[in-house]
Design a protein around this ligand. Structure first.
Ligand SMILES: O=C(O)[C@@H](O)C(=O)CO
Ligand SMILES: [Mg+2]
Length: 263
């Protein structure tokens, strides 16, 4: 069954962050995800989840100076103390907010002098994060990002990312299958959904190539939703797109999948 989560870092962004929870609840969502809740206390965020009856499916660990171009620390040898602090903080938030998984970003490595050192530190850092998360009953999510939007990011394709995840040898680490990034870098989406069954723990969606609502662009999302169903994926699909206009005005495609609005 297709279930949707609103990504509050991209949807309802005409409202302040905390008010986006109310907008998502009113629009019929039963779940949300977002990148960085850290400007707000756990209690503030929890109150908004609770008053709207929303589940939280995903947060990101702090990824550094976003406006300055930072995109995480895991593969950056000079940033291990920032990495450790970001994981401790993310585990506190995920635990306090009832969120089952944390997306840990790898970082921009194009200017790093030694790629072998990046890979080694990525493995060490991710194992450490996975073990801390496992002690808290949480999963770690790892997402390849397309190199058009995110040039120089450490991981951009699905299969090499899965190979790295395999080397971690940790049972609580999963691929974050963002269909938008995967279509740009890898393609063959339906077969990939079938083949990677069990390897992805979280899914995100958007139209391709413009990252607007899934009702436009080169992908047939009705068929993709069926493929995730057939593959037995029972998690939420994170709606991580830039709305063409006001978020609510572009939600007609989602209405059949939103239990609070579906007839
Ligand atoms: O796809 C994305 O952009 C996000 O899921 C993310 O976490 C980092 O940008
Ligand atoms: Mg994504």
């Amino acid at each position: 069954m297709t279930r949707l989560a609103a990504n509050l870092s991209m949807l309802f962004t005409d409202a302040p962050f905390l008010d986006r929870f109310d907008r998502a609840g009113a629009a019929g969502f039963e779940a949300v995800e977002f990148l960085f809740p850290y400007d707000h206390t756990i209690a503030e965020v929890k109150a908004r989840l609770d008053r709207n009856g929303l589940q939280l499916t995903l947060i990101n660990a702090f990824a550094g100076d976003w406006a300055g171009g930072e995109r995480g620390f895991a593969a950056r040898p000079s940033k291990t103390s920032e990495f450790d602090a970001s994981i401790a903080q993310a585990i506190d938030y995920a635990t306090g907010l009832g969120c089952p998984r944390i997306h840990v970003m790898s970082g921009i490595t194009k200017d790093e002098p030694d790629m072998a050192a990046c890979e080694t530190v990525w493995i060490d850092n991710m194992r450490k994060a996975a073990d801390l998360a496992a002690n808290a009953g949480l999963d770690i999510s790892i997402e390849p990002l397309n190199s058009r939007d995110m040039p120089g990011y450490f991981i951009s394709k699905q299969d090499p990312t899965l190979e790295l995840i395999g080397r971690l040898d940790r049972r609580n680490v999963f691929l974050q299958f963002d269909v938008y990034h995967a279509q740009i870098m890898d393609g063959d989406i339906i077969r990939r959904i079938e083949r990677l069954k069990g390897a992805y723990g979280h899914v995100q969606i958007a139209g391709v190539p413009d990252r607007h609502e899934p009702d436009e662009g080169e992908l047939n999302y009705a068929a993709i939703f069926e493929a995730f169903d057939r593959a037995g994926f029972d998690g939420f699909l994170g709606c991580e797109y830039n709305p063409r206009g006001r978020t609510e005005d572009g939600l007609a495609w989602a209405a059949p999948y939103l239990p609070k609005t579906a007839g």
